[in-house]
Design a protein around this ligand. Structure first.
Ligand SMILES: Nc1ncnc2c1ncn2[C@@H]1O[C@H](COP(=O)(O)OP(=O)(O)OP(=O)(O)O)[C@@H](O)[C@H]1O
Length: 655
């Protein structure tokens, strides 16, 4: 035995040849032939934890062909190797961390055979089949990946075992003199782990490389030929490249020749980066293999001497970047929403102001409406009063006209009236009765705001019924109400009462008639003329003049009559009614002769406005008196007799 395993303590290993110690090596651990798979994995398990913590880990087996590399990594169904146990440990830890972390595990299996990468999980990639050409790509700083590899997601160890078996079955294996089932390729299991810390959201993306290298072999010793020779040459070349990389790393060379072979290129991240790397070196205890053993141990010693520096956690920057982008986007969204909310608040505020303003306007309008309603009420009352007054005046005027119509037969100028209206009015007078047409009792007094009977209006020869209540809401109607249509008719003021004058029969003799008591011919009873009486409150006084006994003056409210027929009427009346009333003075004639003292000329006239003229003391009385005195006595007597009758009539009426 070339190796003294019994003395191998604390990682020291001594190589002997023919009992002579050839060289002693120092390693981290030395496992003898009796060491179980579990013993070997005991020192490997911490690497599984490192993978889940976010570190890249590379575990590879290097050694002479047939020395037990595949046995160490893959193992058998009864003695599972490092690959299975490491994955088992991964899922064990994932189970322990499931409340705080979430992990996603996927497995790829590939081989580097004759400097070509093959995906062992693709069913058509068995030996001899046309393999899909895969290349190594650098996808990030210190991150190399083989795009297109099948990544089998595994959630438990049963799935892991199936994937491992599939890859193992697909691996190129050939029979050589050194090993019946010699691996003719470098087999690599790539376990990708994505982890997320549920507490702080930290994400990691780490890789576990499980590499079972092809065995180095001496061509002369294995006597391989043909395809096996080619395989051996490629295997040795790639292992030589690995040796060069390790030497460069050990000497801290400025250039590390990772790309000299597919194997070193794939393991670049694990050998020269921030990974944790563990290498198993399988050696043969046979003294015939001492030279190969020494080569392997020398290589292992160099690898052990490499200082890779502190391992670095592989935080998932893409996730971090994504979260940062999400955060920035959310921030912008929040800002945009804030702006929108501010605008909406301003809009709402503006609307509230508008609503307030409108409410205020409504309130003002309501107040105005109330005020106008109150004003309308007052105006209606006033209009009602006005209409009532108007109606009363119209009635009074109508009654006066009726009164005049009764007198009309004695006065030809006033008989030019349409018979129809006169007749109808007469009929109305009879129909309404004496009380209702009594001119001395105005309608206002009788009806007093509430007419007891409908009123009538004569228009175009027809009697129209007019409801007195309508006038309240239709002032215009009130204007037409009972207004005589005959605008040409003259209406006299109530102050002037027509006095039927019976002309004295013409006398053929100037001899005075026998004195008989003068009887005043009273007017026909049908005539509704008011008797000429003095006011009740005035005492009968012989000195009272005629004007005092005239009916009470009331203003004439018919401007139309005044305008149209007033002048004509006045002239007629003036001619017919204007009389000189001479009141005989009680003084003797001689005293009156030449002097008009005590002699008064009184002219009763109706002015242009139909008012009763006041008694006027004429300025030219003296001259007039002179004229009178120049008249012959006989003529004066004639006139006197006529005048006596007129005066007496008045006096009699007064009494
Ligand atoms: N420690 C061990 N205990 C029991 N059997 C072992 C041990 N190591 C290796 N063997 C056995 O040795 C034989 C060769 O081992 P293995 O195939 O693992 O060698 P290898 O290094 O992988 O060779 P190659 O490089 O040609 O593939 C296998 O049958 C394996 O079962």
């Amino acid at each position: 035995m070339a190796i003294d395993f019994e003395s191998a303590k604390d990682g020291e290993l001594t190589v002997k040849s023919n009992g002579v110690t050839r060289r002693t090596f120092k390693f981290d651990a030395v496992f003898g032939p009796q060491a179980e798979q579990a013993d070997v994995f005991e020192d490997t398990a911490p690497f599984a934890t490192s993978v889940l913590d976010g570190y890249n880990v590379c575990i590879f087996a290097y050694g002479q062909t047939g020395s037990g590399k595949t046995f160490t990594m893959e193992g058998t169904e009864d003695a599972r190797g490092v690959n299975f146990r490491t994955l088992q440990e991964l899922f064990h830890i994932i189970g322990e961390r499931e409340k705080l972390h979430r992990y996603d595990v996927s497995v790829s299996v590939l081989e580097v055979y004759n400097e070509q990468i093959r995906d062992l999980l693709v069913s058509g990639n068995q030996t001899g089949a046309a393999a899909k050409r895969l290349e190594i790509r650098q996808v990030g700083e210190g991150i190399h990946h083989v795009p297109g590899l099948v990544e089998a997601h595994v959630n438990n160890m049963n799935e892991v075992w199936e994937v491992l078996q599939t890859g193992s079955n697909a691996r190129a294996v050939g029979s050589t003199n050194a090993n019946e089932y010699s691996s003719r390729s470098h087999c690599i299991h790539c376990v990708m782990v994505k982890g997320e810390n549920l507490l702080n959201g930290e994400c990691t993306r780490s890789k576990l490389w499980l590499v079972d290298l092809a065995g180095s072999e001496r061509v002369a010793k294995t006597e391989v030929q043909g395809e096996r020779l080619k395989e051996t040459q490629n295997i040795n070349r790639s292992l030589s490249a690995l040796g060069d990389v390790v030497s460069s790393l050990a000497t801290k060379s400025s250039h590390i020749p990772f790309r000299n072979s597919k194997l070193t290129h794939l393991l670049q991240d694990s050998l020269g980066g921030d990974s944790k790397t563990l290498m198993f070196v399988q050696i043969s205890p046979d003294e015939n293999d001492v030279s190969e053993t020494l080569c392997s141990l020398n290589f292992a010693s160099r690898v052990r001497g490499i200082e890779l520096g502190p391992a670095k956690r592989q935080l998932d920057t893409s996730e971090l970047l994504r979260y940062k982008q999400m955060f920035e986007k959310t921030k912008l969204d929040v800002k945009s929403k804030d702006v929108q909310i501010r605008k909406m608040e301003e809009t709402v505020h503006g609307l509230e102001l508008k609503v307030k303003e409108r409410d205020l306007k409504n309130k003002n309008l309501q107040d105005k409406v109330k005020e106008l309603e109150a004003q309308l009420l007052i105006e209606r009352k006033l209009a009602r009063q006005h209409v009532d007054t108007k109606i009363a005046e119209q009635h009074q005027q109508q009654l006066k006209q009726q009164d005049e119509q009764y007198i009309a037969p004695t006065r030809p100028p006033f008989t030019n009236r349409p018979l129809t209206s006169h007749k109808v009015l007469s009929e109305i007078g009879r129909t309404l009765g004496k009380d209702q047409v009594n001119p001395l009792q105005p309608l206002m007094e009788k009806t007093n705001n509430k007419p007891s009977a409908p009123l009538f209006h004569v228009s175009d020869g027809f009697i129209k019924h007019l409801d007195a209540t309508e006038k309240e809401n239709n002032p215009e109607m009130a204007e037409q109400f009972l207004v005589p249509k005959k605008t040409g008719r003259a209406s006299t003021c109530p102050t002037f009462q027509r006095i039927p004058v019976n002309t004295a029969p013409r006398r053929n003799s100037l001899i005075p008639l026998p004195s008989v008591p003068f009887r005043v011919q009273s007017p026909p009873p049908a005539l509704p003329l008011a008797p000429i009486v003095c006011h009740a409150d005035k005492k009968v006084d012989p000195d009272v003049t005629e004007t005092d006994c005239l009916p009470e003056q009331t203003p004439c409210s018919s401007p139309k009559v005044i305008r149209n027929g007033g002048k004509k009427l006045n002239s007629i009346l003036r001619r017919s009614l204007q009389k000189k009333i001479q009141i005989k003075s009680p003084m003797p004639p001689h005293m009156r002769k030449g002097v008009n003292v005590g002699m008064e000329k009184v002219r009763v006239s109706i002015g242009s406005r139909g008012r009763m003229g006041n008694r006027v003391l004429l300025g030219n009385a003296r001259r007039a008196g002179t004229k009178e005195s120049q008249k012959p006595n006989s003529h004066r007597e004639k006139e006197r007799g006529w005048n006596i009758i007129g005066t007496a009539a008045r006096t009699a009426t007064k009494s």
